[in-house]
Design a protein around this ligand. Structure first.
Ligand code: TYM
Length: 331
């Protein structure tokens, strides 16, 4: 059976990259009545030094934002990773079959550790925990942005290795991506980089909770190029094309249509059109976010219900793993 699992770190506000690359896929799959499980990956958010108060606020904010984006807790299991113990239990078992060189090669690890004097062990084993997240539910499909592909490949390898050593247990999960144009939304400050929560420059991204003034300012300042007319060419003109992609997503119009409509505009004028479209698109989402945030009992209830459903699935699979590994008495 098909089962969809994905996760998001509560490290900061959700941005358009997360939304276009991942969350919008989750909502679509949910609405097609797929079996969808979404985890707020809080244990992944403590791999680098963090402020506990901030983390706790972020968890609530992420839950509110996911619900506002259309995640329906009646259809989708939405829960906090740390509330289900199978994640860390399975993570340990997988870390015993994963090798250190395999982890050291992963680009995200190289990137995040390069400026650190002392590297936390958690940062190193992070992808093993991510594999455990997916395998704990025997997920078959993992909808993610392009930056997660290598981590999913590791998960596939670990599933195969486990199956080979201990007998068929886990399906080998597939990564699922939205169209190329959304799977890697770019930074507004440097179109060679992806839009990222951890970029110190807040002007590099549009968060779903940004105020209209900030959206206008950030899009106005978006780095483009020296050609003033509007053409779509992701290779040669990544900055402008990134804005066209965003515009196309929020208006549901094709890239060609957008370029035709903006025929007489220069890039500066076009940026204001994009900003307006984004503001209008986000308005109802922002209203819902505030509504959910004003009711923390409701949020807590939803996450608790999600925890129970997630735990039921994951703890059953964990017992199977215990049996396969010989951690239980043979009877
Ligand atoms: P995170 O929190 O960094 O990002 C959440 C999702 O957003 C996607 N994404 C993007 N997509 C397009 N363009 C961008 N610029 C962009 N930036 C982020 C990410 O690819 C991701 O799908 N390790 C994961 C969280 C996680 C997880 C899991 C994911 C924990 N356990 C198990 C899948 C399965 C992460 O840090 O995502």
């Amino acid at each position: 059976p098909k089962r969809i699992f994905s996760g998001i770190q509560p490290t900061g506000a959700i941005h358009l990259g997360n939304y276009l690359g991942a969350i919008s896929q989750w909502v679509k799959m949910q609405d097609q009545n797929e079996d969808v499980i979404i985890s707020i990956a809080d244990l992944h958010s403590i791999t680098l030094p963090h402020d506990p108060k901030q983390l706790s606020r972020n968890i609530q904010e992420i839950a509110a934002t996911l619900l506002a984006c259309g995640i329906d807790s009646q259809k989708t299991i939405l829960f906090q990773q740390s509330a289900v113990s199978a994640h860390t239990q399975l993570s340990w078992c997988l870390s015993c079959i994963c090798t250190m060189p395999r982890l050291a090669h992963l680009p995200q690890y190289k990137e995040k550790s390069k400026d650190l004097k002392d590297i936390p062990l958690g940062l190193f084993v992070y992808p093993v925990l991510q594999a455990a997240d997916i395998l704990a539910y025997k997920a078959t499909h993992v909808p993610v942005g392009e930056d997660q592909i290598q981590q999913i490949q590791l998960c596939q390898e670990l599933a195969r290795m486990f199956n080979k050593r201990f007998g068929e247990t886990f399906p080998v999960p597939h990564a699922v991506s939205t169209g190329v144009e959304f799977a890697r939304l770019r930074s507004l400050r440097d179109p060679m980089k992806k839009m990222s929560k951890s970029d110190p420059d807040a002007k590099s991204r549009i968060c779903l909770t940004d105020k209209p003034d900030d959206i206008v300012r950030n899009i106005k300042k978006a780095v483009t190029d020296f050609t003033s007319e509007l053409t779509y060419d992701p290779e040669a003109r990544p900055g402008v094309s990134n804005l066209i992609n965003i515009h196309s997503f929020v208006t549901n119009e094709s890239v060609e249509e957008i370029c035709r409509q903006a025929e007489n505009l220069n890039t500066g004028q076009y940026k204001l059109v994009v900003a307006d479209a984004v503001i209008e698109y986000l308005k109802p989402i922002q209203d819902k976010i505030s509504k959910y945030l004003s009711d923390s009992d409701l949020l807590m209830g939803i996450l608790e219900e999600g925890r129970q459903k997630a735990n039921e699935i994951a703890s059953k699979n964990w017992i199977e793993v215990q049996n396969k590994l010989g951690l239980k008495f043979e009877i």
